[in-house]
Design a protein around this ligand. Structure first.
Ligand code: SF4
Length: 688
C-alpha cells in the first residue's frame, strides 16, 4: 500500500544461505531492501553475519525473477494464468498416475524452502500422489552423516549447539572449509581458540583459512579419512586411553568393534593416508587427553564413496573417548543449505516420515493414514539418484522439482539433463528460469523467503521463524500456496490459511516436534528439537542416554576400500567446494552486483609445483577432461593446494564446470554422489 511504501519496516528474518541460521532484521521500504541488521542476542549469531547475509539479498528484486507461470509450447514458454498452469500440471500428474501407476511420479523438495513447505511437499507426494518417491538435496550433501549418526547414536542432527563448539577444549574439523562455508560458526571457533586457548585441529586436502589458523593441520590423501580416524581410535583403545566408564555404561558392541579395528595399524594408516605414525600417535594422545572434544565435518567427508562409513568412524571415535552428552562435546555435521536439516526433518525423504519415523513403521504410518484418509506404502521410495536412473530406464515418467537446480547441482549433469529430456512431464517451481526450469513443461514462479512466513531449522536443530517483509513479487506465490492449489485441483481439500496451521499438523504427527508451536517461536525465540509435547527443547542431545531400546549407543564396524585412483590417462585429482562470496553454483549470489564484481568467475586452483612442472602460467585457459565430460577453466596458481591436487569452486555463473566432470559413482550406503572423487587430465588451451 501507499502507506507501506512510505515508511521503513523492520522485519525479523532468517538467512536464506547457509545452515548456521543467522537471524536479523531486514529494513525495507516497499520492495526496497535498505539494510540487514543483526540483533544482539540472536540465538545463532548474536551481532554477526557474513557477506552473504549482509549483501546477498539483491536476488529478491532481480529483474530475472519469474513473475507468472510458464507453459511450454514447442521450444518456447508462454506466460499463463495460475488457473491454467495449475490445471495443466494437475491433469498431467493424474494422467501419468493412471497410465503408469503412482510410482511413475517423483518429487524433489527444496532445502531453501521452509519446514512447512517441506512437510506439504511430502504430503503432496504421499497423500495426493500415493508415492514415497520424495527426496531433497541432503542426498547431495549430508545424508551420509545422518546415516553415520543413526548407526551409532540415534539422532540425525548435531549433538549439541554452537555454544558447545565454543566450550570444547579441542575442535577437530574434517573435510570442512568452515571459514568460507559456515563463516559465522567459524568465527566462533576462531574466537574460542584465541580467548580460551581452544586447540583447533584441521584435516583437509587444501590449506584454506582454517587450516592456516589451526594449531595442527594434516593433509591426508584424498578419501582416506576413515583410515586415520580408525587407526587413531584403535591406538586409543589398544593403549587403554579410551573412556572405560562411558563405554561400559553407554555403548554396546565394544568387543566386535575392537576386533573390526584389527586392519587399522599405524603402519597401514601411514601408507594409506600419508600421515606419519608419529603424527598419528600424537593425534591419538591429544584427543584422548582432551576433556571435551567436538568434531565438525562436511562435504569433504560425505561426498565420497565411503561417506557414510567415514561419518560412522567419526562417531565411533567420539564414543570411544566419551565425547557425547556433555557440554563442549559431540558430533557436528555442518549442514549446508539454510534449511537442509529441516527439509529432511519434515519428511521429504523416501524412507522417512516427519521426525525420521521410518515408512516401514506401521504405527507411524497409521497416524498419517487416519489423518489423511489414504494408505501409505511401507516401501521406501526412490531417492534423487534412483529417480534419475529410473527415468533413463523408462519407469519414472513425471517429476516435480521445487527450488532445486538439479540439472546443475547433481553429479554428471549430462546424464541428468538427458534424463529430463526423456520425461513425459516436468514441473519446476523456482524464483528464476534455472537451467533445470528451461527443460520443464510448466514452471511455477515461487517467491523468496522475504515474501512469506514459515520456519527454518539450522545446523544445531534450531527452529526459527521468519516473517514476511514484503508482498510476493507480481504473481509469484509462496511454495506452500502453490502446493495447496495443486492438491486441491487434484481433488483434495487442503485449507491452510497460514503456515502455523501446517506446523500444527506436522507437530501432531511426530513426537520429535510435538511441543513446537508458532507462539513458542515468536520473534527471536527458537526451539531445538526434540521438543516433546508440552516439554522443553533440547540444546544438547544424549544427556540422559541414547534413543535406542536400552538407552545405549552402538559402536558400528566399518571397513575401508580405496576408491580414489588416478590412472595414466586421468592423472590429476579435482577437489571442489564453495567460495565465501558465493553460495554453491551461485544462482542467487550472482544476482548481487557487488558480489559479482568482487568474484565474477570461477577458477581452477593449481599448485606451484604442478604449474612449474607443466609450464602453466597464471590466467592460462585449460581443458579438464574426466571420464564423464570436459570443462574449460582459467588457472589460478596458489599454495592452497598441493602437488597433483586441483581445486574447482562450485560457483560458475551457470556453467557448472564441476558437474560436467563428476560421474555416477556414489556413497554405497546413501547414494550421495562422490563429487569429491574426480580424476581428470589437463591440457592447456591458451597460455594466458
Ligand atoms: Fe547467512 Fe551463513 Fe553467512 Fe550466517 S554465516 S549470514 S547464515 S550465509
Amino acid at each position: 500500500s501507499k502507506l507501506r511504501e512510505e515508511h521503513i519496516d523492520k522485519t525479523k528474518t532468517v538467512c536464506t544461505y547457509c545452515g548456521v541460521g543467522c537471524s536479523f532484521n531486514v529494513w525495507t521500504k516497499g520492495r526496497q531492501i535498505l539494510k540487514v541488521e543483526p540483533q544482539a542476542g540472536s540465538p545463532a549469531n548474536d551481532i554477526s553475519t557474513c557477506v552473504k547475509g549482509k549483501f546477498g539479498f539483491d536476488y529478491v528484486n532481480s529483474e530475472e525473477r519469474l513473475t507468472n507461470p510458464l507453459i511450454r509450447e514447442g521450444d518456447y514458454f508462454r506466460e499463463a494464468t495460475w488457473e491454467e498452469a495449475i490445471s495443466y500440471a494437475a491433469k498431467n500428474l493424474k494422467r501419468i498416475r493412471t497410465e503408469h501407476g503412482t510410482d511413475a511420479l517423483g518429487f524433489i523438495a527444496s532445502s531453501k524452502a521452509t519446514n512447512e513447505e517441506s512437510f506439504l511437499m511430502q504430503k503432496f507426494a504421499r497423500q495426493v500422489n500415493g508415492t514415497n518417491n520424495i527426496d531433497n538435496c541432503s542426498r547431495y550433501c549430508q545424508t551420509p552423516a545422518t546415516i553415520g549418526l543413526f548407526r551409532t547414536v540415534g539422532y540425525g542432527g548435531d549433538a549439541g549447539s554452537m555454544s558447545d563448539l565454543q566450550e570444547a577444549d579441542l575442535v577437530i574439523t574434517v573435510g570442512s572449509n568452515t571459514a568460507e562455508s559456515h563463516p559465522v560458526l567459524a568465527s566462533k571457533i576462531k574466537r574460542a581458540q584465541k580467548l580460551h586457548g581452544q586447540t583447533l585441529m584441521v584435516f583437509d586436502l587444501r590449506k584454506h583459512e582454517m587450516a592456516r589458523r589451526a594449531d595442527e593441520f594434516y593433509q591426508p590423501k584424498p578419501g582416506s579419512d576413515l583410515v586415520w580416524l580408525s587407526a587413531v581410535t584403535k591406538y586409543i583403545i589398544d593403549n587403554d586411553l579410551y573412556d572405560h566408564r562411558f563405554v561400559e555404561q553407554w555403548v554396546n558392541q565394544f568387543k566386535e568393534y575392537k576386533e573390526s579395528l584389527e586392519p587399522f595399524t599405524l603402519e597401514y594408516a601411514e601408507r594409506m593416508t600419508g600421515i606419519t605414525q608419529e603424527q598419528l600417535i600424537y593425534i591419538a594422545n591429544t584427543i584422548a587427553r582432551a576433556d571435551k572434544v567436538c568434531v565438525c565435518w562436511a562435504m569433504g567427508v560425505t561426498q565420497q564413496q565411503g561417506g557414510s562409513d567415514t561419518s560412522t568412524a567419526i562417531s565411533n571415535l567420539l564414543l570411544a573417548t566419551g565425547n557425547y552428552g556433555r557440554p563442549g562435546t559431540g558430533a557436528y555435521p555442518l549442514r549446508g543449505h539454510n534449511n537442509v536439516q529441516g527439509c529432511s526433518d519434515f519428511g521429504s525423504m523416501p524412507n522417512f516420515l516427519v521426525g525420521y519415523d521410518d515408512v516401514s513403521d506401521e504405527a507411524a504410518r497409521e497416524r498419517y493414514e487416519q489423518l489423511w484418509g489414504v494408505s501409505i506404502s511401507h516401501k521406501k521410495g526412490k531417492d534423487n539418484h534412483e529417480m534419475v536412473d529410473s527415468i533413463h530406464e523408462g519407469t519414472l515418467k513425471g517429476l516435480y522439482i521445487v527450488g532445486e537446480d538439479t540439472g546443475i547441482v547433481d553429479a554428471n549433469i549430462n546424464y541428468v539433463t538427458d534424463a529430463f529430456d526423456k520425461l513425459e512431464f516436468l514441473i519446476v517451481q523456482d524464483l528464476f528460469l534455472t537451467k533445470t526450469a528451461e527443460q520443464a513443461d510448466v514452471v511455477f514462479p515461487a517467491c523468496s523467503s522475504l515474501e512469506k512466513e514459515g520456519t527454518f531449522t539450522n545446523t544445531e536443530r534450531r527452529i526459527q521463524r521468519l516473517y514476511q517483509s514484503m508482498e510476493p513479487l507480481e504473481n509469484s506465490k509462496p511454495d506452500w500456496e502453490i502446493l495447496q492449489l495443486l492438491a486441491n485441483e487434484m481433488g483434495y481439500l487442503w485449507a491452510y490459511s497460514h503456515p502455523s496451521e501446517i506446523m500444527e499438523e506436522a507437530a501432531s504427527l511426530s513426537p520429535l516436534f510435538a511441543g513446537v508451536t508458532y507462539e513458542r517461536l515468536e520473534g527471536y525465540n527458537s526451539l531445538q528439537w526434540p521438543v516433546r509435547a508440552g516439554g522443553i527443547d533440547t540444546p544438547r542431545l544424549y544427556e540422559d542416554g541414547f534413543p535406542f531400546e536400552d538407552g545405549k549407543a552402538k559402536f558400528y564396524a566399518v571397513s575401508y576400500r580405496v576408491t580414489h585412483e588416478l590412472t595414466e590417462e586421468y592423472d590429476l585429482h579435482v577437489n571442489n567446494g564453495r567460495l565465501l562470496e558465493h553460495f554453491h553454483e551461485g544462482n542467487m549470489t550472482y544476482k548481487s552486483a557487488g558480489i559479482t564484481r568482487k568474484t565474477p568467475n570461477s577458477f581452477l586452483e593449481v599448485s606451484k609445483e604442478l604449474a612449474h612442472e607443466r609450464g602453466i602460467e597464471e590466467g592460462a585457459l585449460v581443458r579438464l577432461t574426466s571420464e564423464a565430460g570436459s570443462a574449460l577453466v582459467e588457472v589460478h596458481i596458489t599454495d592452497r593446494v598441493n602437488g597433483n591436487q586441483l581445486y574447482l569452486p562450485l560457483n560458475d555463473n551457470g556453467k557448472s564446470a564441476v558437474n560436467l566432470l563428476t560421474n555416477n559413482d556414489v556413497d554405497v550406503d546413501s547414494n550421495t554422489p562422490a563429487y569429491k572423487e574426480i580424476a581428470v587430465n589437463m591440457t592447456v588451451i591458451r597460455d594466458k
